[in-house]
Ligand binder design. Structure first.
Ligand SMILES: [Ca+2]
Ligand SMILES: [Ca+2]
Length: 208
């Protein structure tokens, strides 16, 4: 009886080792040679995804080929407002380093079309200076200090979730040097969200 137990135990261990060894070998072969080879093969239903061995399709990023930039929104609403007349697609597909040369004068024309009486804004920027900032459509970020889109003191040092970025943009376009030039146009009438934002992803808050 004892011998039978040992034989059974040995058989179980051997089977287990054999199984583990085969499984490891199979996994290694499958993962290394077909799920990352850049072609659809084996049981895959897409390139390197699907089937029983690879990650499900849709969860794997395909880095093959050449990608094309489709959109640009460093700052909220800028491409919508200033890139709306005939060159929005071009604006959205231009890399930031080339945006100022390509679009600053177009932005300036648009700014003066929106506010013909523009002299300077609450930041003291002339039309050329302001549209130079806007045409470089990236979100600036201060490494130290307060993160805010504009709080009356700090300027474009980032963007906090509770910042009313549209009101800030309207103020800078229509507010004039002291912020009171066109008071009816310096707010969209929608206040900042007064419901607390989540402190973790996705950092959303319910409607105010
Ligand atoms: Ca493959
Ligand atoms: Ca608002």
């Amino acid at each position: 009886m004892k011998t039978l137990k040992y034989i059974t135990l040995f058989a179980a261990i051997s089977t287990s080792l054999l199984f583990v060894q085969c499984k490891d070998d199979d996994d290694n072969v499958i993962v290394q040679e077909t799920c990352t080879d850049g072609i659809m093969n084996g049981e895959e239903t897409g390139i390197d995804c699907g089937g029983t061995a690879c990650e499900p399709c849709g969860l794997v990023l395909d880095f093959s080929g050449t990608y094309r930039q489709e959109d640009q929104m460093g700052r909220p609403g800028i491409n919508t407002v200033f890139g709306s007349t005939g060159f929005k697609d071009a604006f959205n597909t231009t890399v930031p380093s080339e945006m100022q040369v390509a679009f600053q004068t177009k932005f300036q024309d648009k700014l003066l079309a929106l506010n013909a009486g523009y002299t300077s804004n609450a930041l003291g920027l002339t039309a050329e200076e302001f549209t130079t900032v806007l045409s470089n459509d990236v979100l600036w970020l201060g490494k130290t200090g307060i993160t805010t889109y504009f709080n009356g003191t700090e300027i474009l040092t980032g963007r906090a979730l509770s910042d009313d970025v549209i009101d800030v943009s309207l103020l800078l376009v229509f507010g004039g040097p002291d912020g009171s030039e066109n008071p009816d146009l310096t707010s969209d009438g929608v206040p900042t969200n007064d419901v607390a934002f989540l402190s973790s992803f996705p950092y959303l808050a319910g409607p105010f």
